[in-house]
Design a protein around this ligand. Structure first.
Ligand code: ASP
Ligand code: MG
Length: 419
Protein backbone atom coordinates (compact mmCIF):
# COMPACT_ATOMS: atom_id res chain seq x y z
CA UNK A 1 0.00 0.00 0.00
CA UNK A 2 1.23 3.49 -0.73
CA UNK A 3 2.46 5.50 2.18
CA UNK A 4 2.10 9.21 2.47
CA UNK A 5 3.26 11.89 4.91
CA UNK A 6 0.90 14.85 5.26
CA UNK A 7 2.01 17.94 7.16
CA UNK A 8 -0.31 20.64 8.48
CA UNK A 9 1.04 24.03 9.56
CA UNK A 10 -0.03 26.26 12.43
CA UNK A 11 -2.82 28.02 10.56
CA UNK A 12 -4.31 24.67 9.53
CA UNK A 13 -4.19 23.64 13.22
CA UNK A 14 -5.42 27.04 14.41
CA UNK A 15 -8.58 25.90 16.20
CA UNK A 16 -10.82 22.85 16.56
CA UNK A 17 -12.77 23.61 13.40
CA UNK A 18 -9.56 23.78 11.38
CA UNK A 19 -8.31 20.61 12.99
CA UNK A 20 -11.57 18.93 11.90
CA UNK A 21 -10.98 20.15 8.37
CA UNK A 22 -7.43 18.77 8.40
CA UNK A 23 -8.88 15.50 9.70
CA UNK A 24 -11.29 15.38 6.75
CA UNK A 25 -8.40 15.83 4.34
CA UNK A 26 -6.44 13.07 6.10
CA UNK A 27 -9.55 10.87 6.04
CA UNK A 28 -9.87 11.39 2.29
CA UNK A 29 -6.33 10.08 1.73
CA UNK A 30 -6.79 7.18 4.15
CA UNK A 31 -10.12 6.43 2.45
CA UNK A 32 -8.23 6.04 -0.83
CA UNK A 33 -6.23 3.27 0.75
CA UNK A 34 -3.14 5.29 1.65
CA UNK A 35 -1.16 4.56 4.79
CA UNK A 36 -0.92 7.99 6.31
CA UNK A 37 1.48 9.60 8.80
CA UNK A 38 0.48 13.15 9.69
CA UNK A 39 2.98 15.69 11.03
CA UNK A 40 1.50 18.75 12.72
CA UNK A 41 2.59 22.19 13.89
CA UNK A 42 1.38 23.87 17.06
CA UNK A 43 -1.69 26.12 16.79
CA UNK A 44 -0.75 29.39 15.07
CA UNK A 45 0.79 31.78 17.59
CA UNK A 46 1.27 29.10 20.25
CA UNK A 47 5.02 28.69 19.85
CA UNK A 48 5.53 32.45 20.13
CA UNK A 49 3.57 32.41 23.37
CA UNK A 50 5.61 29.52 24.74
CA UNK A 51 8.88 31.18 23.75
CA UNK A 52 7.74 34.34 25.55
CA UNK A 53 7.06 32.30 28.67
CA UNK A 54 10.54 30.85 28.67
CA UNK A 55 11.88 34.39 28.30
CA UNK A 56 9.78 35.44 31.27
CA UNK A 57 11.10 32.53 33.28
CA UNK A 58 14.63 33.66 32.71
CA UNK A 59 15.98 32.17 29.52
CA UNK A 60 17.90 34.73 27.46
CA UNK A 61 15.64 35.89 24.65
CA UNK A 62 18.12 36.73 21.91
CA UNK A 63 18.61 33.61 19.85
CA UNK A 64 17.82 30.53 21.83
CA UNK A 65 19.38 29.71 25.15
CA UNK A 66 21.68 27.18 23.58
CA UNK A 67 22.35 25.21 26.68
CA UNK A 68 18.81 25.33 27.87
CA UNK A 69 17.14 21.99 27.51
CA UNK A 70 14.18 23.26 29.52
CA UNK A 71 13.42 25.78 26.75
CA UNK A 72 12.77 22.78 24.52
CA UNK A 73 10.56 21.07 27.10
CA UNK A 74 8.32 24.12 27.10
CA UNK A 75 8.21 25.06 23.41
CA UNK A 76 7.81 21.46 22.20
CA UNK A 77 4.50 21.23 24.05
CA UNK A 78 2.49 23.16 21.44
CA UNK A 79 2.81 20.30 18.99
CA UNK A 80 1.94 17.73 21.64
CA UNK A 81 -1.46 19.39 22.02
CA UNK A 82 -2.31 19.49 18.31
CA UNK A 83 -1.16 15.95 17.62
CA UNK A 84 -3.35 14.62 20.43
CA UNK A 85 -6.30 16.69 19.24
CA UNK A 86 -5.96 15.53 15.65
CA UNK A 87 -5.65 11.86 16.70
CA UNK A 88 -8.78 12.26 18.88
CA UNK A 89 -10.68 13.89 16.02
CA UNK A 90 -9.73 11.07 13.64
CA UNK A 91 -10.86 8.46 16.18
CA UNK A 92 -14.19 10.23 16.55
CA UNK A 93 -14.55 9.94 12.77
CA UNK A 94 -14.12 6.19 13.07
CA UNK A 95 -10.46 5.85 12.11
CA UNK A 96 -7.75 4.03 13.96
CA UNK A 97 -5.28 6.72 14.91
CA UNK A 98 -2.69 7.46 17.58
CA UNK A 99 -0.19 10.15 18.37
CA UNK A 100 3.55 9.49 18.52
CA UNK A 101 5.61 11.98 20.47
CA UNK A 102 9.09 12.70 19.16
CA UNK A 103 10.58 10.48 21.88
CA UNK A 104 8.19 7.66 21.08
CA UNK A 105 8.96 7.36 17.35
CA UNK A 106 11.84 8.13 18.19
CA UNK A 107 13.06 11.15 16.23
CA UNK A 108 16.69 11.10 17.34
CA UNK A 109 18.58 14.38 17.23
CA UNK A 110 21.87 15.83 18.41
CA UNK A 111 21.82 17.87 21.62
CA UNK A 112 21.92 21.37 20.13
CA UNK A 113 18.85 22.47 22.08
CA UNK A 114 16.66 24.98 20.30
CA UNK A 115 18.07 24.11 16.88
CA UNK A 116 18.73 20.40 16.99
CA UNK A 117 19.47 18.34 13.89
CA UNK A 118 17.79 15.04 13.21
CA UNK A 119 20.29 12.19 13.20
CA UNK A 120 18.09 9.18 12.71
CA UNK A 121 14.48 8.06 12.63
CA UNK A 122 14.12 4.31 13.01
CA UNK A 123 10.94 3.94 10.97
CA UNK A 124 10.13 0.33 11.81
CA UNK A 125 7.70 0.77 14.74
CA UNK A 126 5.88 3.57 12.99
CA UNK A 127 5.77 1.58 9.75
CA UNK A 128 4.43 -1.50 11.55
CA UNK A 129 1.61 0.51 13.15
CA UNK A 130 0.75 1.98 9.76
CA UNK A 131 0.81 -1.49 8.20
CA UNK A 132 -1.73 -2.47 10.84
CA UNK A 133 -4.04 0.27 9.54
CA UNK A 134 -3.40 3.00 12.08
CA UNK A 135 -3.00 6.64 11.14
CA UNK A 136 0.12 7.97 12.87
CA UNK A 137 0.00 11.56 14.12
CA UNK A 138 3.40 13.04 14.91
CA UNK A 139 4.16 16.40 16.49
CA UNK A 140 6.53 18.30 14.23
CA UNK A 141 9.44 20.32 15.62
CA UNK A 142 10.16 17.76 18.40
CA UNK A 143 12.99 15.34 18.78
CA UNK A 144 14.86 13.53 21.49
CA UNK A 145 18.55 13.16 22.27
CA UNK A 146 20.26 9.79 22.60
CA UNK A 147 20.02 10.19 26.38
CA UNK A 148 16.32 10.96 26.35
CA UNK A 149 16.07 14.76 26.57
CA UNK A 150 13.47 16.59 24.48
CA UNK A 151 14.80 18.81 21.70
CA UNK A 152 13.29 21.17 19.12
CA UNK A 153 14.47 21.72 15.57
CA UNK A 154 14.43 25.51 15.32
CA UNK A 155 11.54 27.76 14.31
CA UNK A 156 9.61 26.42 11.36
CA UNK A 157 11.08 23.00 12.09
CA UNK A 158 7.91 20.96 11.52
CA UNK A 159 8.58 21.07 7.79
CA UNK A 160 11.88 19.35 8.48
CA UNK A 161 10.17 16.80 10.73
CA UNK A 162 7.74 15.98 7.94
CA UNK A 163 10.43 15.54 5.30
CA UNK A 164 12.52 13.43 7.68
CA UNK A 165 9.58 11.15 8.45
CA UNK A 166 8.87 10.83 4.72
CA UNK A 167 12.53 9.90 4.15
CA UNK A 168 12.32 7.28 6.91
CA UNK A 169 9.13 5.84 5.40
CA UNK A 170 10.46 6.27 1.87
CA UNK A 171 7.43 8.13 0.56
CA UNK A 172 6.05 11.41 -0.77
CA UNK A 173 5.58 14.38 1.56
CA UNK A 174 2.56 16.67 1.17
CA UNK A 175 2.87 19.99 2.98
CA UNK A 176 -0.56 21.54 3.58
CA UNK A 177 -0.30 25.22 4.30
CA UNK A 178 -2.12 28.53 3.96
CA UNK A 179 -0.85 29.17 0.43
CA UNK A 180 -1.59 26.87 -2.48
CA UNK A 181 1.96 26.50 -3.68
CA UNK A 182 5.23 28.21 -4.45
CA UNK A 183 4.87 31.42 -6.43
CA UNK A 184 7.16 33.26 -8.80
CA UNK A 185 7.21 35.98 -6.16
CA UNK A 186 5.16 37.07 -3.15
CA UNK A 187 1.62 37.68 -4.51
CA UNK A 188 1.13 40.40 -1.90
CA UNK A 189 3.86 42.39 -3.62
CA UNK A 190 3.10 41.51 -7.24
CA UNK A 191 -0.47 40.55 -8.07
CA UNK A 192 0.72 39.00 -11.32
CA UNK A 193 2.75 36.37 -9.45
CA UNK A 194 2.04 32.85 -10.71
CA UNK A 195 2.03 29.53 -9.00
CA UNK A 196 4.81 27.26 -10.22
CA UNK A 197 3.71 23.73 -11.14
CA UNK A 198 7.17 22.41 -10.40
CA UNK A 199 10.32 23.82 -8.95
CA UNK A 200 13.66 22.09 -8.48
CA UNK A 201 15.15 21.36 -5.05
CA UNK A 202 18.02 23.69 -5.75
CA UNK A 203 15.82 26.59 -6.76
CA UNK A 204 13.57 26.03 -3.76
CA UNK A 205 16.59 25.93 -1.49
CA UNK A 206 17.78 29.29 -2.78
CA UNK A 207 14.29 30.76 -2.61
CA UNK A 208 13.73 29.55 0.95
CA UNK A 209 17.06 30.88 2.18
CA UNK A 210 16.53 34.16 0.30
CA UNK A 211 13.27 35.00 1.99
CA UNK A 212 10.44 32.91 0.51
CA UNK A 213 8.66 31.76 3.65
CA UNK A 214 6.83 28.68 2.39
CA UNK A 215 9.24 26.08 3.76
CA UNK A 216 12.00 25.96 6.33
CA UNK A 217 15.33 25.98 4.46
CA UNK A 218 16.59 22.92 6.27
CA UNK A 219 13.59 20.88 5.15
CA UNK A 220 14.45 21.58 1.52
CA UNK A 221 18.08 20.64 2.11
CA UNK A 222 16.93 17.37 3.58
CA UNK A 223 14.43 16.69 0.80
CA UNK A 224 17.18 17.26 -1.75
CA UNK A 225 19.68 15.05 0.07
CA UNK A 226 17.19 12.21 0.53
CA UNK A 227 15.38 12.76 -2.78
CA UNK A 228 11.99 13.10 -1.10
CA UNK A 229 9.39 14.56 -3.48
CA UNK A 230 7.56 17.37 -1.66
CA UNK A 231 4.26 18.94 -2.64
CA UNK A 232 3.11 22.27 -1.25
CA UNK A 233 -0.69 22.34 -1.14
CA UNK A 234 -3.45 24.54 0.25
CA UNK A 235 -5.21 23.27 3.34
CA UNK A 236 -8.24 25.40 2.48
CA UNK A 237 -9.92 22.60 0.57
CA UNK A 238 -12.79 20.25 1.32
CA UNK A 239 -13.34 16.69 0.18
CA UNK A 240 -16.56 16.33 -1.87
CA UNK A 241 -19.61 14.33 -0.76
CA UNK A 242 -17.87 11.10 -1.78
CA UNK A 243 -14.80 11.96 0.25
CA UNK A 244 -12.65 12.80 -2.78
CA UNK A 245 -10.20 15.66 -2.68
CA UNK A 246 -10.18 18.24 -5.49
CA UNK A 247 -7.48 17.57 -8.09
CA UNK A 248 -4.21 18.61 -6.48
CA UNK A 249 -2.97 21.97 -7.63
CA UNK A 250 0.01 23.06 -5.57
CA UNK A 251 3.69 22.92 -6.41
CA UNK A 252 5.86 19.84 -6.70
CA UNK A 253 9.43 20.25 -5.50
CA UNK A 254 11.49 17.69 -7.33
CA UNK A 255 14.65 16.94 -9.24
CA UNK A 256 15.61 19.32 -12.02
CA UNK A 257 15.44 16.47 -14.56
CA UNK A 258 11.74 16.03 -13.86
CA UNK A 259 10.97 19.55 -14.99
CA UNK A 260 10.15 19.73 -18.66
CA UNK A 261 9.41 23.39 -18.99
CA UNK A 262 12.78 25.07 -18.55
CA UNK A 263 12.83 28.65 -17.38
CA UNK A 264 15.83 30.91 -17.01
CA UNK A 265 14.46 32.57 -13.90
CA UNK A 266 11.83 30.86 -11.74
CA UNK A 267 11.39 33.33 -8.96
CA UNK A 268 12.14 36.72 -7.47
CA UNK A 269 12.57 36.97 -3.71
CA UNK A 270 13.05 39.77 -1.25
CA UNK A 271 14.40 39.91 2.26
CA UNK A 272 14.26 42.90 4.58
CA UNK A 273 16.16 41.12 7.30
CA UNK A 274 19.41 42.68 6.17
CA UNK A 275 21.91 45.16 7.50
CA UNK A 276 25.02 46.56 5.87
CA UNK A 277 28.20 47.24 7.77
CA UNK A 278 31.08 49.07 6.12
CA UNK A 279 34.60 49.29 7.51
CA UNK A 280 36.16 52.31 5.86
CA UNK A 281 39.89 52.76 5.59
CA UNK A 282 40.69 49.20 6.57
CA UNK A 283 44.36 48.39 6.52
CA UNK A 284 45.19 46.44 3.36
CA UNK A 285 47.20 43.91 5.39
CA UNK A 286 46.51 40.57 3.74
CA UNK A 287 45.13 39.09 6.94
CA UNK A 288 42.80 41.99 7.83
CA UNK A 289 39.66 40.45 6.26
CA UNK A 290 40.47 37.11 7.88
CA UNK A 291 40.75 38.92 11.20
CA UNK A 292 37.35 40.61 10.70
CA UNK A 293 35.48 37.47 9.65
CA UNK A 294 37.10 35.27 12.29
CA UNK A 295 35.85 37.60 14.99
CA UNK A 296 32.36 37.53 13.49
CA UNK A 297 32.33 33.77 13.07
CA UNK A 298 33.48 33.21 16.64
CA UNK A 299 30.52 35.29 17.80
CA UNK A 300 28.18 33.25 15.59
CA UNK A 301 27.34 36.18 13.32
CA UNK A 302 26.33 34.97 9.88
CA UNK A 303 27.77 37.08 7.09
CA UNK A 304 26.13 37.05 3.68
CA UNK A 305 27.40 39.47 1.04
CA UNK A 306 30.97 40.78 1.05
CA UNK A 307 32.44 43.56 -1.06
CA UNK A 308 35.97 44.93 -0.87
CA UNK A 309 36.94 48.04 -2.77
CA UNK A 310 39.85 50.45 -2.98
CA UNK A 311 39.70 53.26 -0.44
CA UNK A 312 40.77 56.83 -1.18
CA UNK A 313 43.68 56.56 1.17
CA UNK A 314 46.76 54.79 -0.08
CA UNK A 315 47.30 51.41 1.60
CA UNK A 316 43.68 51.06 2.70
CA UNK A 317 40.50 49.36 1.48
CA UNK A 318 36.81 49.58 2.29
CA UNK A 319 35.23 46.33 3.38
CA UNK A 320 31.45 46.05 3.28
CA UNK A 321 29.44 43.07 4.45
CA UNK A 322 25.87 42.24 5.30
CA UNK A 323 24.34 40.36 8.22
CA UNK A 324 20.83 39.70 9.44
CA UNK A 325 19.31 42.75 11.13
CA UNK A 326 19.24 41.10 14.53
CA UNK A 327 22.98 40.53 14.41
CA UNK A 328 23.97 43.97 13.13
CA UNK A 329 24.32 45.80 16.42
CA UNK A 330 26.32 42.97 17.93
CA UNK A 331 28.56 42.76 14.87
CA UNK A 332 29.19 46.50 14.99
CA UNK A 333 30.02 46.34 18.70
CA UNK A 334 32.52 43.57 18.04
CA UNK A 335 34.18 45.59 15.31
CA UNK A 336 34.33 48.77 17.39
CA UNK A 337 35.77 46.92 20.34
CA UNK A 338 38.58 45.61 18.14
CA UNK A 339 39.05 48.73 16.02
CA UNK A 340 42.73 49.13 16.93
CA UNK A 341 43.67 45.50 16.53
CA UNK A 342 41.86 45.20 13.18
CA UNK A 343 42.91 48.64 12.02
CA UNK A 344 40.20 50.70 10.30
CA UNK A 345 39.25 54.38 10.30
CA UNK A 346 35.49 54.38 10.44
CA UNK A 347 32.51 52.06 10.68
CA UNK A 348 29.09 52.67 9.11
CA UNK A 349 25.93 50.68 9.74
CA UNK A 350 22.85 50.85 7.58
CA UNK A 351 19.71 48.86 8.34
CA UNK A 352 17.55 50.50 5.65
CA UNK A 353 18.58 47.93 3.09
CA UNK A 354 16.88 44.98 1.44
CA UNK A 355 18.12 42.09 -0.63
CA UNK A 356 16.34 41.28 -3.85
CA UNK A 357 17.27 38.10 -5.70
CA UNK A 358 16.43 36.25 -8.87
CA UNK A 359 16.71 32.47 -8.88
CA UNK A 360 16.67 29.97 -11.70
CA UNK A 361 18.55 26.87 -12.82
CA UNK A 362 18.44 28.18 -16.39
CA UNK A 363 21.09 30.73 -15.43
CA UNK A 364 23.71 28.03 -15.67
CA UNK A 365 23.33 27.84 -19.41
CA UNK A 366 22.19 31.33 -20.38
CA UNK A 367 24.16 34.52 -20.76
CA UNK A 368 22.76 37.96 -20.10
CA UNK A 369 20.83 37.18 -16.94
CA UNK A 370 22.74 39.70 -14.85
CA UNK A 371 22.56 42.32 -17.56
CA UNK A 372 18.73 42.06 -17.64
CA UNK A 373 18.69 42.58 -13.90
CA UNK A 374 20.91 45.65 -13.92
CA UNK A 375 19.02 47.16 -16.86
CA UNK A 376 15.65 46.64 -15.15
CA UNK A 377 16.89 48.25 -11.94
CA UNK A 378 18.55 51.11 -13.76
CA UNK A 379 15.34 51.85 -15.67
CA UNK A 380 13.63 52.41 -12.32
CA UNK A 381 16.52 54.48 -11.02
CA UNK A 382 17.41 51.92 -8.37
CA UNK A 383 21.06 51.84 -7.29
CA UNK A 384 22.60 48.74 -5.85
CA UNK A 385 25.12 48.63 -3.05
CA UNK A 386 26.38 45.07 -3.25
CA UNK A 387 25.94 42.02 -5.44
CA UNK A 388 26.40 38.35 -4.80
CA UNK A 389 25.90 35.46 -7.15
CA UNK A 390 25.81 31.70 -7.18
CA UNK A 391 25.40 29.41 -10.14
CA UNK A 392 21.63 29.80 -10.00
CA UNK A 393 20.97 33.15 -8.29
CA UNK A 394 21.87 36.81 -8.39
CA UNK A 395 21.23 38.99 -5.35
CA UNK A 396 21.50 42.74 -5.07
CA UNK A 397 21.42 44.88 -1.98
CA UNK A 398 19.37 48.03 -2.43
CA UNK A 399 17.75 50.76 -0.40
CA UNK A 400 14.85 49.31 1.55
CA UNK A 401 12.34 51.84 0.22
CA UNK A 402 12.74 50.47 -3.32
CA UNK A 403 12.47 46.79 -2.49
CA UNK A 404 8.92 46.17 -3.70
CA UNK A 405 9.40 48.27 -6.81
CA UNK A 406 12.50 46.23 -7.61
CA UNK A 407 10.63 42.95 -7.15
CA UNK A 408 7.91 44.06 -9.59
CA UNK A 409 10.42 45.38 -12.12
CA UNK A 410 12.39 42.12 -12.10
CA UNK A 411 9.29 39.95 -12.19
CA UNK A 412 8.30 41.67 -15.39
CA UNK A 413 11.82 41.89 -16.87
CA UNK A 414 12.21 38.10 -16.75
CA UNK A 415 8.82 37.51 -18.29
CA UNK A 416 7.32 35.99 -15.16
CA UNK A 417 4.21 38.17 -15.45
CA UNK A 418 3.19 36.20 -18.51
CA UNK A 419 4.25 32.64 -17.82
N1 ASP B 1 5.62 25.49 15.92
C1 ASP B 1 6.98 25.70 15.52
C2 ASP B 1 7.20 27.14 15.12
O1 ASP B 1 6.27 27.92 15.14
C3 ASP B 1 7.42 24.79 14.45
C4 ASP B 1 6.62 24.88 13.16
O2 ASP B 1 5.46 25.25 13.17
O3 ASP B 1 7.17 24.57 12.12
O4 ASP B 1 8.27 27.52 14.78
MG1 MG C 1 6.03 26.89 8.85
Amino acid sequence: MTRLVMKFGGTSMGDLERIRRAARIVAAEAGRGRQVAVVVSAMAGKTNELVAWTDGAGAPSAGVALSDDEYDVVVASGEQVTSGLLALTLRNMGFKARSWMGWQVPILTDDAHGKARIEDIPGDRLGAAMDAGEIAVIPGFQGVTADGRITTLGRGGSDTSAVAVAAALDCLCDIYTDVDGVYTTDPRIEAKARRLERVSYEEMLEMASLGAKVLQTRSVELAMAKQVPVRVLSSFIEPDEYGNLPAAAGTLICDEEEIVEKRIVSGVTMSRDEARIALLGLSDRTDAPADVFTRLAEANVNVDMIVQSQARTEGAVNLTFTTGRRDAARAAELMKAAQNQIGFEEIRIDTDVAKVSVVGVGMRSHAGVAQTMFRALADKGIKFQAISTSEIKISVLIEDAYAELAVRALHSAYGLDAL
